[in-house]
Design a protein around this ligand. Structure first.
Ligand SMILES: Cc1cc2nc3c(=O)[nH]c(=O)nc-3n(C[C@H](O)[C@H](O)[C@H](O)COP(=O)(O)OP(=O)(O)OC[C@H]3O[C@@H](n4cnc5c(N)ncnc54)[C@H](O)[C@@H]3O)c2cc1C
Length: 341
């Protein structure tokens, strides 16, 4: 028997859990499928989320899982490997946490409920389970692809950092390096000067003459020292970054290195569903309306799945927005179907 849910949420980070909380509280039967690889897993602390500032990311997710469980939302540790659109999911309705099926709930309101529009999805999990859903929330996040510099991957989220808003306060006034990965890295070098006045901008593979005069003027005004030459690796002592080593053998004492990973959004499932995507300087993301609705009817997306700059608080908010839109959409669909009978 294929289990039927009102909504399957793919991804159980801040975006997915927040959507699940709203769906559960709206009495929908929802399932969260989470592969368990949240983007901020390398970081010891999560900063900048009002009332949760400094909380370990794992603790935040544990609290979120506990909250959704209170409303009967199921969560499984698995990976969605395929999603297809069904032709007919008539009569697929959820069951709220009190055991009242949506059909009964609708009937109790004195409305005749038969079937929603024939729309829905079959969701295949890597573990072998297949479930069906009337609506989907894709909250699969993104993957940070790091530059191939020795030592960078091991230290990412510790003293190799990408986001001054996430970590800047904690490392303020320390000697910063910024690794140029593209000419746009100038922006990062300028931004981090808000947190330290000792910043060296390692041009790495970017030629100095690629930088516009305006950038060079701003770097000079910010007191950022521009260092030409390829970076060969990091100097690490006692499990701490102490320097940046260039290919010519010179070493620059630095205790923090900022860089911009290449964002690789997990859009595979959306692509296969035929969602329209758009290219940004920070990856290819689905086209969404303000609620996160993609161009595929019935499929919403939230969090880093829709944008590189979605911080935890934005992701949680996006999940909320998507879920509340779904609650309205399901209700109106069912009322319209009932009205036509
Ligand atoms: C090192 C680092 C530090 C950070 N620090 C901060 C900070 O201090 N403050 C802040 O606000 N932001 C921080 N961020 C950003 C933060 O990680 C994101 O804002 C947040 O994770 C976005 O939440 P999300 O739910 O969209 O995605 P995620 O948290 O990445 O969750 C997505 C989930 O979906 C799962 N998934 C993916 N594909 C599938 C699939 N096919 N089937 C099932 N599950 C799937 C993943 O395994 C993952 O568990 C940091 C990021 C990094 C890299």
């Amino acid at each position: 028997m294929t289990e039927k849910y009102a909504v399957v949420v793919i991804g159980g980070g801040a975006a997915g859990l927040s959507a699940a909380l709203v769906l559960g509280r709206a009495r929908h039967r929802a399932l969260v499928v989470d592969a368990g690889e949240p983007r901020n897993a390398p970081a010891a602390h999560m900063q900048g989320y009002l009332t949760r500032d400094g909380m370990p990311p794992a603790e935040f997710l544990t609290a979120g899982r506990e909250e959704i469980a209170r409303y009967g939302v199921e969560l499984v540790r698995d990976r969605v490997v395929e999603v297809t659109r069904d032709d007919d999911l008539s009569g697929v309705r959820g069951e709220d946490s009190t055991g009242v099926r949506d059909e009964d709930f609708t009937a109790a309101r004195g409305e005749r409920f038969t079937a929603a529009r024939s729309e829905g999805f079959t969701v295949v999990l890597a573990g072998g389970r297949t479930v069906r859903a009337r609506r989907l929330v894709v909250a699969t996040g993104l993957k940070d692809e790091l530059p191939a510099v020795a030592g960078v991957a091991e230290r990412f989220g510790r003293d190799v950092l990408h986001c001054p808003f996430c970590h800047g306060w904690e490392v303020r006034d320390q000697p910063f390096g910024v690794l140029a990965t593209t000419a746009a890295s100038v922006h990062q070098a300028l931004m981090v000067s808000q947190w330290s006045k000792d910043v060296r901008f390692f041009l790495h593979t970017v030629a100095e003459d690629e930088l516009p005069d305006e950038d060079l003027r701003r770097l000079a005004a910010a007191g950022v020292e521009v260092v030409p030459g390829e970076v060969a690796g990091l100097v690490v002592e006692d499990d701490r970054l102490t320097g940046v080593r260039l290919a010519d053998g010179t070493t620059h004492p630095r205790s923090v290195l900022f860089l911009a990973p290449r964002a690789v959004p997990r859009t595979g499932l959306l692509e296969r569903l035929g969602a329209e995507l758009h290219e940004t300087p920070f990856g290819v993301y689905p086209v969404v309306d303000p609620t996160g609705l993609t161009t595929v009817p019935g499929v919403w997306a939230a969090g880093n799945a829709i944008g590189f700059a979605e911080q935890v608080v934005h992701a949680a908010s996006g999940g909320y927005r998507a879920a509340s839109a779904i609650v309205g959409d399901l209700l109106m669909t069912d009322l319209d179907a009932a009205a036509q009978v």
